[in-house]
Design a binder for this molecule. Structure first.
Ligand code: CUV
Ligand code: SF4
Length: 627
């Protein structure tokens, strides 16, 4: 069976750096996600269809034509909807708990408990305070304004509100739709807890009802949890502005102490960057015979420090094990989410130290630091010291850094876009109306070893820019686009004439890096701003979303909040819902009549581009715009 599932190295990844490291992994005896996928294939059919239930011990139950109900009587629709609901709750919890961690850092700043973190973007804090109705947001003492914002956002996690704080950003028409459907997100923790409750045996036994609450849970992620994560990260670490950086495994430096930061929250990675730039640490690295300290990113925490500081990006999800295989990494420092447990084994094959920093993401056998705001920088320096100490243990015979880094442009935020446009959205809207930019698609999310790595991400991105559709990328698609050379202004060569003109004039790439996964909140915010400007709903806009190679619960939550916000969303593979025709039909069709958008599933990137283009054309037509 395993033989049949065996993929060649070329079939596993699009990239030379990945292929070289896959060959080296074979030689070095390092197992990768592709090897384990082979072992796991074929997957359990019930789980794939979503028709197995483990929600109580009268079961577990599997639903088939011959056994159409579980012991309690739940049918396929109920079981699939419940499983999907919990899947969404998991994803929303991830982003939202990340957002909460930023509030805790803001609290530590306000309470004077930390000097390591500060308010870097005071103007943004005051702007947000104004939006949230804080009295004297513009003129009050900074600490008082920060405290007021902190209180309001903390309260978003509870259960006493009728709606979360940033809903003021949502167009009136959209809020009315949510209100009428019972989809208005009230509190982040509340919606997640309620999803767990509804999916307990004997509660919500109506698939559509469960799915509407799943959408509400996802909206609490997009318009609260993730949005808080993004906005407070900007306040504390600075709002991204355009800058150059580099990407791929070639950013790992043979001469230097290499520290890879991996995970999601900038709270830790920012401190590692600060510690690595400390003159005393640099002197120690030199004393250890290294030519400096090189911090590079992986996955979303990589996106955070890439967008804000221009720190190079070593790789996306499926590059994380392969980065270790270079044999040149002294330390992998992780916070949480998307960190393959296998990294510990991979690190163990080399001199690499695997260092965890969050009590909610412990890995047995790892070196652990419980990083706290009050002591973060000192702890980060200890971590950097461990990496420096590891430098002499590196075996030069086992080092192979496979490629030359590719240049990229990064650092776009809504503020940066407005700035580039001269302070108002009007030039962007004019370009859209004239059909020079026919539409905008956010391509986001992960890698999944079920696909040739990044072939979907790149295939779709290229196909869309050729059709004059502007692409915004976040998460792991960033690295893919960067490696393909698409995040540079000169990539307009590969775009249609309209994008060539507009992006050319602005000096921006046709594929714009918008940050990490929580920063998808920037994209929905931008959609809301455009909709407000045009006096329409988000669902009326020529925009769409896509996650060609998604894998995670978080990606599903993002997809669902996009759809519930009125954005047509493409997925490269379906969630585990196909065992219920009712749930599947609701996701692919029924949602359209409820929220004005739905999911579409298509593995082939060119066909997906056709579908997204057709959607954009239909929205343009309805707005009375040329094709
Ligand atoms: Ni949060 S969720 S693999 S790191 S984008 Fe990357 Fe992004 Fe998916 Fe994870
Ligand atoms: Fe089976 Fe129902 Fe229990 Fe699920 S909740 S395991 S379907 S008896």
């Amino acid at each position: 069976m395993a033989e049949k599932n065996k993929k060649s190295i070329e079939e596993k990844s699009l990239w030379e750096d990945a292929r070289a490291m896959l060959r080296k992994a074979e030689q070095d005896g390092v197992e990768t996600a592709w090897d384990r996928l082979e072992q796991q294939t074929p997957h359990c059919k019930f789980c794939e269809l979503g028709t197995s239930c483990r929600n109580c011990v009268m079961g577990p139950c599997r639903i088939t034509a011959k056994m159409p109900r579980g012991v309690c009587g739940a049918d396929a629709d109920v079981v699939v909807a419940r499983n999907f609901g919990r899947f969404i709750a998991g994803g929303s919890a991830g982003h939202s708990d990340h957002g909460r961690d930023l509030i805790e850092v803001l609290e530590a700043i306000v309470e004077g408990e930390t000097k390591d973190y500060q308010i870097k973007d005071e103007a943004k804090l005051r702007r947000i305070a104004g939006e949230l109705g804080v009295a004297d947001a513009g003129g009050g003492a900074l600490a008082a304004v920060a405290r007021a914002v902190m209180e309001i956002l903390y309260a978003d996690f509870g259960s006493r509100k009728k709606e979360v704080a940033f809903l003021g950003r949502v167009p009136e028409k959209r809020r009315a739709i949510w209100q009428s459907l019972g989809m208005t997100p009230r509190g982040v923790d509340r919606e997640i807890a309620e999803m767990m409750h509804r999916t307990h045996m004997g509660c919500d036994n109506d698939a559509a009802s469960t799915l509407i609450h799943a959408a509400r849970t996802a909206l609490a992620d997009g318009w609260a949890g993730s949005m808080i994560g993004t906005e407070l990260s900007d306040v504390i670490f600075g709002t991204p502005s355009p800058k150059k950086s580099t990407v791929n495994l070639g950013v790992i430096n043979q001469e230097q102490v290499n520290i890879l930061v991996h995970g999601h929250n900038p709270v830790v990675s920012e401190m590692i960057v600060a510690a690595a730039n400390d003159p005393e640490m640099l002197a120690r690295a030199e004393a250890a015979g290294a030519g400096g300290i090189n911090v590079a990113g992986l996955c979303c925490t990589g996106n955070e420090i890439l967008a804000r500081r221009g720190i190079p990006m070593a790789g996306n999800h499926l590059m994380t094990e392969l980065a270790v295989v270079t044999g040149a990494v002294e330390a992998v420092v992780v916070d949480y989410q998307c960190i393959m447990p296998s990294l510990l084994q991979a690190a163990g094959c080399y001199h690499t130290q695997f260092i965890t920093t969050a009590n909610k993401a412990r890995f047995s056998g790892a070196v652990h630091f419980d990083i706290k705001p009050a002591t973060a920088l000192a702890q980060a320096k200890e971590i950097v010291q461990l990496a420096i100490d590891g430098f002499s243990k590196r075996d030069p015979q086992r080092v192979e850094i496979p490629s030359q880094p590719v240049e990229i442009m990064t650092g776009f935020s809504n503020e940066a876009i407005l700035n580039a446009l001269g302070g108002s959205l009007t030039p962007l809207l004019e370009a859209i109306k004239a059909g020079k930019i026919r539409g905008v698609v956010g391509i986001v999310g992960c890698n999944n070893p079920k696909f040739q790595q990044d072939s979907g991400n790149i295939g779709l991105t290229k196909a869309l820019i050729q059709r004059d559709i502007l692409v915004l990328v976040t998460g792991c698609v960033t690295t893919a686009a960067g490696k393909a050379g698409l995040l540079l202004p000169q990539a307009i060569d590969q775009a249609g004439p309209g994008l060539q003109e507009i992006c050319g004039a602005l000096g921006i790439p046709p594929v714009v890096h918008f940050g990490s996964c929580v920063d998808n909140s920037r994209i929905i915010h931008l959609c809301a701003l455009i909709a407000e400007e045009l006096g329409v709903d988000i669902s009326d806009l020529p925009v769409a979303a896509s996650s060609p190679e998604w894998y995670s619960e978080k990606a599903a939550a993002i997809g669902l909040y996009a759809v519930a916000s009125g954005i047509y969303t493409h997925l490269g593979l379906p969630p585990n819902i196909l065992g219920s025709p009712a749930v599947t039909d609701l996701a692919l069709n029924g949602l359209e009549s409820l929220v004005g958008a739905s999911f579409v599933v298509e593995p082939d990137p060119d066909k997906a581009a056709d579908l997204l283009e057709a959607r954009i054309v239909s929205k343009r037509k309805a707005l009375g715009l040329p094709k």
